[in-house]
Each structure stands twice: as C-alpha cells, then as structure tokens.
Design a protein around this ligand. Structure first.
Ligand SMILES: NC(=O)C1=CN([C@@H]2O[C@H](COP(=O)(O)OP(=O)(O)OC[C@H]3O[C@@H](n4cnc5c(N)ncnc54)[C@H](OP(=O)(O)O)[C@@H]3O)[C@@H](O)[C@H]2O)C=CC1
Ligand SMILES: O=C(O)[C@@H]1CCC=N1
Length: 266
C-alpha cells in the first residue's frame, strides 16, 4: 500500500491496528504516524519506526487516510481540530456509536468516511472487524481501508444501520468471553485445580470451540448436542446455566451495549 496512514489517538486500538499493518508488511513504518495529546504514548510506536507528530495539523497533512482512534467523547474536539485541513482525506472512525452523519455535520457532506468496529484481538492478528462504506467514499478507497483491517484479522462488510448493534457482537464481546473464562477458572480453583492449568485448558477450549464454529460447518445447536451425552455431565451443567438465565443474560448485555452506543453517538 502506498498511502500514508495517520492515527489521532495513540492508544490501545491504534496500537493494535498498527501491529497488524507492520506484521503483515502492508505498508512501511515510515508511512505511518500517530498524534496524541500525551506524547508519552509515542515511545512504543517510535521504537517500531512509526513517527509521533507534535500537532494534529502535521498528522493530517502527512496522512492520506486518517484513523480517528479516540473515544467517542473526544470526537467533537478532534473533528473540530482536523476540519480546516481534512478536505479530500479518507476518514476512518472506529468509535462506538459515531455515525457518518455525525462526522459530516462537522466536516461537511463531501467527507469520505468509513466506519469500523474492530476488536482488541487485532493485536495478535486475530481481530474481527465490521466495516461500512459511506457515500461518497469510492470502492477503491474503501478497499484500501479494508486492507488495513484485513491485516489484523477477519473483516465483514455491514450496512451503517447495523454498526451500533454490531459492537455487541464483536467490538465489546471479547470482554464477555474473558468474563466467561474468568468464571470457569474460578470454578476450577474452587474444585482444587491449579489456576495456570485451568487457564491453559479453558483458553485452548475457547480456541478449539471457535475453530469448530468456523471450520466444521456444524451449527451451534448440533455442536452443543455433540458434547452432551445422554444422562451425562454436560446436560447437568447446561441445566444449571439455563436455570440461571445464561443466554438471556448475554442477550440483555448485548442490548445494553447497543443502547449505550446510541447514547454515545448523540
Ligand atoms: N478498546 C476496544 O476494545 C475498542 C475500542 N474501540 C473504539 O476505539 C476508540 C479508541 O479506543 P482505545 O484505543 O481503547 O482508547 P484509548 O483511550 O486507549 O486511546 C485513545 C487515546 O487518544 C487520546 N486522546 C483523547 N482526545 C484526544 C485528542 N483530542 N487529541 C489527541 N489525542 C486524544 C487519549 O488520551 P486520554 O486518555 O487523555 O483521553 C488516549 O491516549 C474508541 O472510540 C472506542 O470506541 C472500538 C473497538 C474496540
Ligand atoms: O467499550 C467501548 O466503548 C469500546 C467499544 C467497543 C469496545 N470497547
């Protein structure tokens, strides 16, 4: 990729996306730059050859594609800061709840925008990103943005009206998975199993189960059935989980996630 890519906000997600780009050799480090109001965050980028610039103006002048990798609460300020120099640039928002209309209200209707909802496993090249092309971003420009996220894992195209809801599916969901893993580890320790052993076993179980979902072609209900011997231990476990409203708790958590995304985008 020949384009230069800049990140406003040098935090967790900028780091994760840049990792993917460098690991896959999608672009050289000197085609990347970050800007953050904490220049103390630059060290981990600079040690990999990614420049930390002093002003938002320098960042916008440098970059063809600008990632807005700050929290939604900081978008107003950032959009105001980049507005005088952003004409013609590709703008990528990764923020929960921020719509293209929100950005266009501040940068104008001609702004070329892609909306993305990545997740932290991008750090290891195992990310899942939902991506949306917003008019007037061209197909060629969109493909460039897609290549950035593809360097860090799987990308799915989504219409804008689903971008708030998808946060609950991939953006925030690693946290529920870790919570589940934490509960399994606690349950193991309660039964006398060593923490490290339990962590290794549940982590590999999550990896293996995920691969069954992606590679076996078998639907989740059937996968559950395959584990559940008649009159056996799994059914006993599932009965307790159903009685505690496990599925409903997850679905309700997802609804709350989407509700909050919509609040943040106002
Ligand atoms: N973390 C995750 O799992 C995911 C996050 N996202 C989205 O990614 C975005 C970034 O999240 P994340 O990387 O976790 O956040 P971080 O807080 O790690 O990084 C954001 C950085 O931007 C800085 N910043 C804030 N305002 C400005 C400004 N005006 N100019 C320059 N720098 C600024 C922040 O400083 P300070 O700390 O002082 O505010 C911080 O250093 C969010 O919008 C979030 O919704 C999307 C998917 C997953
Ligand atoms: O919690 C958040 O708001 C961000 C968005 C998705 C994951 N983290």
């Amino acid at each position: 990729m020949t384009e230069k890519i800049g990140f406003i906000g040098a935090g967790n997600m900028a780091g994760a996306i840049i990792n993917g780009l460098l690991r896959q050799g999608v672009c050289p480090a000197d085609h990347l730059a970050v800007y953050d109001h904490h220049s103390t965050h630059y060290a981990r980028f600079e040690e990999r050859g990614v420049c930390g610039v002093e002003t938002v103006r320098q960042l916008v002048k440098f970059a063809d594609i600008i990632f807005l990798s700050v929290k939604p609460q900081n978008y107003d300020e950032v959009l105001q800061n980049i507005c005088p120099f952003a004409e013609g640039k590709i703008i990528v928002s990764i923020a929960a709840g921020i719509s293209s209309a929100y950005i266009k209200e501040r940068l104008g209707d001609a702004a070329k925008i892609a909306l993305a909802m990545p997740n932290t496993p991008l750090l290891l090249g195992e990310g899942a990103t939902a991506l949306c092309q917003c008019s007037p971003l061209t197909d060629v420009e969109y493909a460039k943005v897609k290549a950035v996220f593809a360097a860090g894992g799987v990308v799915q195209d989504l219409p804008e009206e689903q971008m708030a809801a998808v946060i609950s599916v991939s953006g925030s969901s690693p946290a529920y998975v870790y919570l589940f893993a934490k509960a399994v580890i606690a349950g193991a320790v309660e039964q006398g199993i060593d923490v490290a052993v339990a962590k290794a076993l549940i982590a590999q179980t999550l990896i293996g189960s995920a691969k069954m979902l992606t590679d076996s072609g078998i639907e989740p209900d059937e996968l559950i059935r395959m584990v559940s011997s008649k009159g056996g231990t799994t059914i006993a476990a599932l009965d307790a989980l159903y009685a505690h409203g496990f599925e409903q708790a997850v679905i309700d958590g997802m609804r709350q996630c989407t509700r909050r995304a919509k609040e943040l985008g106002k």
